[in-house]
Design a protein around this ligand. Sequence first.
Ligand SMILES: *Cc1c(COP(=O)(O)O)cnc(C)c1O
Length: 235
Amino acid sequence: MKEKSLTDIFDENYKDIVERIAAAAEKSGRNANDIMLLAATKTVEPYLINYAIEKGIQYIGENRVQEFLSKENDVTKNVHRHFIGHLQTNKVKDIVGKVELIQSVDSLRLANAISKESVKRGIVTDVLLEVNIGREESKSGFMPEEVINAYDEISKLDGICIKGLMTIPPHIDENNKNTEYFSKMYELYIDIRTKKIDNNIKILSMGMSDDFETAIEYGANMVRVGTALFGKRVY
Ligand SMILES: *Cc1c(COP(=O)(O)O)cnc(C)c1O
């Protein structure tokens, strides 16, 4: 029997995920069109990324600066490019102006660097604030109680616009579906939207291969999926 190609695997996975997103959206009384599917493309070859875009993927995200830069010119299709990984301040100049959204602003220092670089270039960079909702030492992001203050401080800066929140919750297992964290994130998101009356706050980015349906049921409108689309990563 002929081995399945990576494009075949993508086709099958993509169809399945689109259906599951639609079902999860419906379950929470929303429309599938309100949920943005971002393909997390780390370790995925540019030809396969281009193929995925051709098939309908509209958002892609890289999490390492080096890998983003090395693939940037080989991903030739028109697509919304996001940065989703930890960004060091000294690499800000490599990313600003090249992506539509930096999802992973995890410190005031980083926000300041993005602001400065953007002002220098005469642009405004859209960002999400990353929240360390599980309070994990291994993860970056603002602690839940720091988010409002971070929002206030970053909102004052030129050249940067906050579009919402992002999180990577703790790893899940059978018994723990992260619902507690997802609902806390949704609360924070709604808090900012209503208390700050900020119409720019539109994106709640949470949910990955193992938990995107739950995340959608708890209010996510952007899910970031890698493995479940492209297959298991081989590092
Ligand atoms: C890799 C990655 C994802 C996707 O993870 P999967 O479990 O492969 O779906 C989502 N978000 C970020 C920030 C990532 O680095």
